[in-house]
Write a protein that binds this ligand. Structure first.
Ligand SMILES: Nc1nc2c(ncn2[C@@H]2O[C@H](COP(=O)(O)OP(=O)(O)OP(=O)(O)O)[C@@H](O)[C@H]2O)c(=O)[nH]1
Ligand SMILES: [Mg+2]
Length: 415
């Protein structure tokens, strides 16, 4: 049973994309990805979350009736609920209650394949657990009457749990560091070869792995599931037009309200994207919430320090667009909105990774981006730190004069 609450404009949600999805489609897909079958959904409207139940008590009764009518075995909330709200709801509803964060962590835990991925998920889960214990403890403290009244019945146990968790967090972090140090060595070995690094980034389920497979003829796991990919896969992609290879990495997808601890735990994996010379930002062109998904990806890129990396926008699933939505040309240029920037002119390519259409145009753009970057590197040794002037000239040569003014104006601080 899926539940979403619309807090309207009063919402304190920090994400500009807004946290309320009236369709609950994404929550449904998350539930399916975790192996659940959504049987019913309900949306509520409130000015603010109820302290005890998150929803009002009338709504809770309504949910309970639906749970019974559909024999639902779990209630999933689209927003984060506190441990106390979770416990109260479970008591009222008579079934387990979980929120979006717990659901995402569950999916990650089930999907993690590599040693590093497993450790990252373990760390995120422990950290999630730790914050919940802290909150429960402070809740008990309040109940016991404040300072001087400590020593309630559960305190010793919680303190013990906390120490155990803190200990495991420490150990997991150490092991993770070890694994990442090894990977870092491998990565540096690759870097020394001077290979041009391209990373696929984008919202989960946009089609990154399908595109990766189509481009490098690999068999990365692609599925209609959220977070099908957790571990980074890297392959060499030979570009005939350039007579050279680039390294192409498939990475974990992004999602709105990605639990912060998870981003932290996956920082090293995401770092792969931040180290790239070029990002292929893959979007599901057929998604009704395309803008929100793109904004979310930009937000995460900003968070991991990858907002300045040049992008090619890959509008995937073009086969699903109807005639009126189809672009007139397979390639155009759009102004990408970025924090603090008026708009960055970025190539946009329409492809269907599934049918293999548009891939040649994409390869051409890859070659151009590579050549532009090569000129940048040439310039790196000279006075102009990133060779912006020459880079602009090179891009102009390749794309005609029209593409240029904005680029020069919007990359003034690139160095
Ligand atoms: N119609 C259509 N479906 C596509 C296309 N590309 C991918 N898909 C489907 O979209 C779903 C997700 O594809 P993936 O390649 O797993 O997406 P992803 O971005 O790697 O997803 P995560 O790894 O979960 O973040 C699969 O069911 C694909 O078959 C396309 O061009 N057209
Ligand atoms: Mg994938």
């Amino acid at each position: 049973m899926l539940v979403g609450v619309d807090f309207g404009r009063a919402s304190t949600n920090p994400h500009p994309s807004g946290s309320f999805d009236p369709t609950l489609d994404e929550l449904a897909l998350l539930a399916e990805s975790a192996g659940d079958l959504p049987v019913a959904k309900i949306v509520a409207k409130r000015a603010a979350p109820d302290a005890a139940l998150f929803v009002g008590s009338g709504k809770a009764d309504e949910i309970k009736l639906l749970v019974q009518a559909h024999q639902a075995h779990t209630v999933l909330f689209d927003q984060a609920i506190s441990p106390a709200q979770q416990r109260n709801l479970e008591r009222v509803l008579g079934v387990p209650v979980a929120d979006r964060t717990a659901l995402i962590l569950e999916i990650f835990a089930a999907r993690a394949k590599s040693h590093e991925g497993k450790l990252q998920v373990e760390l995120a889960r422990l950290q999630y657990l730790a914050t919940r214990l802290v909150r429960r403890w402070s809740h008990l403290e309040r109940q016991s009457g404040g300072i001087g009244m400590r020593g309630g019945p559960g305190e010793a146990q919680i303190e013990l749990d906390r120490r155990m968790i803190d200990d495991r967090i420490k150990k997991t972090k150490e092991r993770l560091k070890q694994v990442q140090r090894q990977r870092g060595t491998q990565r540096r070995a690759r870097e020394r070869n001077g290979v041009f690094k391209v990373s696929l980034v984008g919202y989960t389920n946009a089609g990154k792995s399908t595109l990766f497979n189509a481009l490098v003829k690999a068999r990365a796991y692609a599925a209609n599931q959220l977070f099908a990919t957790l571990d980074t896969t890297t392959r060499s992609l030979y570009l005939e037009q350039a007579g050279a290879s680039v390294s192409l990495s498939d990475t974990v997808g992004f999602i709105r309200d990605l639990p912060h601890k998870l981003v932290e735990a996956f920082r090293a994996t995401l770092q792969e994207a931040a180290d790239a010379d070029l990002l292929l930002h893959v979007v599901d062109a057929a998604s009704p919430v395309l803008d929100e998904q793109m904004a979310e990806v930009e937000r995460v890129l900003e968070e991991i320090g990858a907002a300045e990396i040049p992008q090619i926008l890959v509008y995937n699933k073009a086969d699903l667009l109807d005639e009126s939505q189809r672009p007139r040309a397979p390639l155009d240029w759009i102004e990408r909105q970025e924090n603090g920037k008026t708009g960055v002119r970025t190539p946009r390519v329409f492809v269907s990774a599934l049918e293999g259409s548009g891939l040649n145009v994409l390869r051409e753009q890859l070659v151009q981006a590579m050549q532009a970057a090569a000129l940048n590197i040439d310039e790196a040794a000279s006075d102009d730190p990133r060779g912006i002037a020459r880079h602009e000239a090179a891009v102009e040569e390749q794309q005609g004069p029209h593409a240029e003014d904005e680029r020069a104006a919007t990359h003034p601080t690139q160095a």
